[in-house]
Ligand binder design. Structure first.
Ligand SMILES: NC(=O)c1ccc[n+]([C@@H]2O[C@H](COP(=O)([O-])OP(=O)(O)OC[C@H]3O[C@@H](n4cnc5c(N)ncnc54)[C@H](O)[C@@H]3O)[C@@H](O)[C@H]2O)c1
Length: 450
């Protein structure tokens, strides 16, 4: 992370590192630990001697084998050729000059003693940070999103990176409502789960004309991004793809984290691949045309995310709601890209939801309603109040066969000694634990109407 002094690189860097489960290194701190206070080095040896020293520490920090979050001092930009040379992912942590001055004036920082000089230096350095950075952010969520290739904004004219050709895979209903995000040959897919079939994937494999340098752009809800991402993962053994999600489920969940899938008659999402999009552009304005019931589907994931994050994210206006939820999921997925551990917290409530959906043969119970009920069960088992979920999602018990639902749940989460592994909610977010089957069965039964 680069940025002007006072941008908050140390504080935000530490937070980002903790969210990504990676070590944090502050180059200024490292220099001070080894060589003494920076103001003293400036005073005794001058700025250029300090820059040389700093360059050595930046090189050391960026050469670590372990992926790390590293904050480099505001002035390290003077040695920016080094950052290019080191091939690190660089994010500019941007800050307004007034905020920066308010934060650092009165400190011993050698370059924050004179306000006019400070402002002049800020104006000179801003373009340098932009030049060297792969992304720009103003807070920890922004840094995480940039690291995951996710942007929350209107569709940019240059949506597809690189010089290769692009083709668009789009939900046919969405194309009736919105301008396509790129001017490219378009392959339509049906709305809903009908898009996630082997037949649709095969048609797309056959119709695509891209070569290996091409990029597939997916435009639609979770069904479209799932099938298009899977086709991109497999066509010519894998080409780049860009996700442009248009539903709340897509914007806060499905288009993030690199999971792609199609369904088989034997079950949902049984065939797929991990294939992270090169870019995900989330435009919350696209949701203006979303029917209420589709929005409600997505709210179940928003509430789940808020519970895991420990913040009432569901209360935020759309732009911020989507940005915060997307950042939460991006951080968890960057931490565990192949779903081998930490990412399992995202399944809060989903074990129950899958069981209810399976018992209803994926017909009478929508995923959102099933997740809302699943959250009730998970909160009850966690000893947390459920009034919030009841207020926002108002889940009604479903009419499904109790034994079928239980069998589906047991099949899904079998474990040793009659215990079942589930995600529950603790004081610091979600965690995985084993519970006696009888407790889990009771919680499931409470979700089912007589
Ligand atoms: N890959 C993942 O990590 C992941 C995560 C969560 C869900 N999913 C998958 O996502 C799918 C559900 O996604 P979904 O809920 O977005 O469903 P969807 O893609 O079927 O979209 C729902 C409906 O909304 C319509 N629609 C889409 N955008 C619209 C807009 N802007 N205005 C009006 N109508 C619009 C669609 O035509 C469709 O009829 C499931 O198949 C699920 O398995 C995947």
């Amino acid at each position: 992370m680069v940025g002007f002094m006072g941008a908050g690189k140390s504080t935000i860097g530490r937070e980002v590192a903790s969210r990504l489960g990676r070590p944090f290194l502050d180059v200024d701190d490292e220099v001070e630990r080894a060589e003494g206070p920076i103001w003293e080095i400036f005073a005794k040896q001058g700025e250029s001697a300090f820059r040389e020293l700093e360059a050595r520490f930046v090189r050391d920090a960026c050469s670590r084998r372990e992926p790390s979050v590293i904050a480099v001092g505001g002035g390290a930009i003077e040695t920016r050729h080094l950052l290019d040379e080191l091939d690190v992912f660089t994010i500019h942590l941007d800050v307004d000059v007034d905020v920066a001055w308010a934060r650092v004036s009165g400190s011993r920082r050698p370059l924050a003693q004179d306000e006019a000089e400070f402002r002049e230096r800020y104006a000179r350095r801003q373009p340098l940070y932009e030049e060297v950075a792969d992304g720009t952010a103003r807070d920890a969520d922004g840094v995480v999103l940039a690291a995951g290739g996710v942007t929350v904004s209107a569709m940019p004219p240059d949506l597809v990176p690189g010089p290769g050709q692009a083709e668009l895979v789009a939900d046919e209903r969405v194309l009736e409502l919105h301008q396509p995000p790129v001017d490219a040959r378009t392959l339509k897919v049906p709305a809903g789960e009908e898009a996630k079939t082997v037949a649709t994937a095969e048609r797309l494999w056959r119709q695509l004309r891209l070569d290996r340098s091409g990029t597939l752009v997916a435009f639609g809800g979770g069904c479209t991004t799932d099938v298009a991402g899977f086709v991109a993962a497999t066509y010519l053994r894998g080409i780049d793809w860009v996700a442009a999600p248009t539903t709340l489920v897509g914007q806060v969940d499905a288009a993030i984290g690199g999971k792609t899938a199609i369904n088989l008659t034997e079950g949902k999402n049984l065939v797929g691949a991990f294939h992270w999009p090169v870019r995900t552009v989330i435009d919350p304005q696209l949701m203006k045309t979303l029917p209420d019931e589709q929005r409600h589907e997505g709210m179940a994931e928003v509430v789940k995310t808020g519970l895991l994050a420990g913040e009432p994210l569901w209360e935020l206006p759309d732009d911020e709601l989507v940005r915060r939820c997307a950042a939460f999921k991006t951080a968890v997925c960057l931490r565990d890209p192949h779903d081998r551990g930490p990412r399992q917290v995202l399944n809060l409530g989903h074990t129950f939801a899958h069981a209810l959906e399976a018992a209803a043969e994926y017909e009478t119970v929508s995923h959102g309603r099933a997740v809302a009920l699943g959250l009730l069960a998970a909160l009850r088992l966690s000893g947390h109040p459920t009034d919030l979920v009841e207020e926002i999602l108002a889940p009604e018990p479903v009419r499904v066969d109790r034994d079928r639902a239980w069998q589906a749940l047991e099949r899904d989460k079998k474990s040793t000694g009659g215990e079942l592994r589930l995600v529950l909610l603790g004081d610091d977010g979600g965690f995985t634990t084993s519970l006696p089957g009888s407790d889990v069965r009771r919680a499931l039964d409470e979700l089912i109407a007589d």
